[in-house]
Design a binder for this molecule. Structure first.
Ligand SMILES: *[C@@H]1O[C@H](CO)[C@@H](O)[C@H](O)[C@H]1NC(C)=O
Ligand SMILES: *[C@@H]1O[C@H](CO)[C@@H](O)[C@H](O)[C@H]1NC(C)=O
Ligand SMILES: *[C@@H]1O[C@H](CO)[C@@H](O)[C@H](O)[C@H]1NC(C)=O
Ligand SMILES: *[C@@H]1O[C@H](CO)[C@@H](O)[C@H](O)[C@H]1NC(C)=O
Length: 333
């Protein structure tokens, strides 16, 4: 070997050495911790290699977490359409059991009447490498008081709220926009024209109620007095699917509690229709109180200790989703 050839060889060998070593270091770091993988992906703006959405990180990166992949089933649509409205016997039985409705009307006929009043469209099932849909799910916890999340919340594409949640007078902390508001008949409030009312039905009567509340106003009572009419844009009314409801209960709560809370149902709704989810107003405040942000009564807090919902289990699952970078949780004050 001539001197130059030998030099070239040495340089080459050195290069190979360096490359091997860096690759080793790199892959070691990658394998070592999930968080460094997360950091790497974040730092280099790499989404999953499959490019499942256009955000920096996509919820649907099934490969990176077996716990998530085991529970998440994308083929179950969160919203009801005529096409997916038929319930299996098992689902119908489970769903009717929730509030033990006596003498329910014919479900098939009620669904048909429903879709004569509200639109029958498949919405939000348009995940693609070009889509980056950001969502804020705003729970009703008192931890939002003084948290100043308003502009952050309002900057999302979708802002999802639930039950009585007011914004007027609380804009600085909770924002002012609402694209989706999840309610059931007994928790209903009037909404503005640009908001989608998302009805969570617990019984056949709830589907009859929404038709009535948007048209004739004849239903005034379920197991409680309810609003006979509701202000809402009927071209934007959506129905939370009972099949999806049961899936949330079984897959995500593994049967804990009697059924999932509205907050948890809203969270899973977002996980299925969004690419990135920020959540606000979940859990207690820093003093451990479970009141609502618009109330001064620290002892209130829906269903917390009634055994209807397993709040602790729901909160654990929520924390796990955050740990695994599927959602981002803002804990408030
Ligand atoms: C997802 O749900 C569909 C429809 O219920 C079911 O057929 C399928 O087996 C489920 N997939 C997984 C992985 O559980
Ligand atoms: C409900 O109505 C549908 C359509 O009218 C009918 O085919 C079905 O048999 C009815 N179901 C029951 C349980 O009566
Ligand atoms: C509400 O929005 C609908 C379209 O979705 C429109 O036709 C209607 O005029 C609006 N009503 C009001 C009061 O702005
Ligand atoms: C929540 O998670 C903690 C820590 O992993 C565990 O000790 C606790 O039992 C869990 N609570 C419920 C209700 O599952």
């Amino acid at each position: 070997m001539s001197l130059t050839k030998r030099r070239k060889f040495r340089t080459f060998a050195l290069l190979v050495c360096i490359i091997t070593f860096t690759t080793f270091l790199f892959s070691y770091t990658l394998r070592d911790t999930y968080s460094s993988l997360h950091f790497f992906k974040y730092a280099f703006h790499l989404s999953d290699s499959k490019g499942l959405c256009a955000c920096e990180q996509c919820i649907v990166e099934l490969d990176d977490d077996p716990w998530f992949a085991e529970r998440f089933n994308q083929s179950i649509h969160p919203l009801m359409t005529r096409d997916n409205s038929a319930l299996s016997d098992e689902t119908y039985k489970w769903w009717q059991w929730l509030q033990a409705e006596r003498n329910p009307a014919n479900f098939t006929q009620v669904v048909e009447e429903l879709f004569q009043v509200i639109p029958d469209e498949v919405l939000y099932m348009d995940a693609s490498p070009e889509r980056c849909r950001t969502c804020s799910v705003v729970g009703n916890s008192g931890n939002l008081k003084g948290a100043h999340y308003g502009s952050l919340i309002d900057s999302s594409d979708f802002i999802i709220r639930m039950n009585q949640a007011p914004t007027s007078g609380f804009e600085q902390d909770v924002g002012s926009r609402t694209t989706h508001h999840l309610i059931y008949p007994e928790s209903a409030i009037d909404l503005d024209n640009s908001t989608s009312l998302v009805l969570i039905p617990f019984k056949t009567l709830d589907l009859q109620w929404i038709v009535s509340a948007l048209t004739t106003g004849t239903i005034t009572h379920t197991y409680l007095p309810v609003m006979s009419r509701i202000k809402a844009n009927k071209d934007k009314v959506l129905i939370y699917s009972p099949t999806f409801f049961k899936y949330v209960y079984e897959s995500w709560l593994e049967g804990h509690g009697r059924y999932p809370s509205t907050g948890f149902l809203s969270l899973l709704f977002a996980v299925h229709i969004c690419d990135q989810v920020n959540i606000f107003g979940f859990g207690a405040d820093q003093k451990g109180n479970w009141h609502h942000y618009w109330e001064d009564n620290l002892l209130s807090g829906a269903f917390r200790h009634t055994g209807v919902h397993d709040g602790d289990y729901e909160y654990n699952v929520t924390l796990l989703l955050a740990d695994k970078h599927k959602i981002k949780m803002f804990k408030g004050r």
